[in-house]
Design a protein. Structure first.
Length: 113
């Protein structure tokens, strides 16, 4: 039953901020989570390519396949509006924002006019 996820391994501090450098050089003096896999997307389920399916469908599948998996978690969702999402990033102190704009399953670019 092949499953392929897109994501990254991470360690989080006591404020739940990712500390990728702790994967290579852990700091024993601080509180941190064990390494976890943060899944961004599901690409193959049961050996079937689902990468061209709408994001909304893939997100639902991702949440289903990682439910109860222990150290695999789906990436957090941010507000659907770009400016509101950015405000969340700043407020929570996230270090990186990687995003895609998807509308009805079609990829669209964001431009400022």
């Amino acid at each position: 039953m092949p499953l392929v996820l897109d994501g990254e391994l991470a360690v989080f501090d006591d404020q739940l901020r990712s500390r990728f450098e702790w994967l290579r050089d852990p700091d024993a003096s601080v509180v941190a989570t064990p390494p976890v896999f943060i899944a961004f997307d599901v690409l193959y389920v049961k050996g079937r390519d689902v990468s061209q399916r709408p994001l909304r469908e893939r997100r639902a599948r991702l949440e289903d396949v990682v439910a109860g998996a222990g150290f695999i978690y789906p990436v957090r969702r941010l507000a659907p509006d770009g400016l509101d999402a950015w405000a969340e990033v700043v407020e929570r102190g996230y270090d990186i924002l990687s995003s895609h704009l998807w509308w009805l399953g079609d990829r669209r670019s964001i431009s400022r006019r």
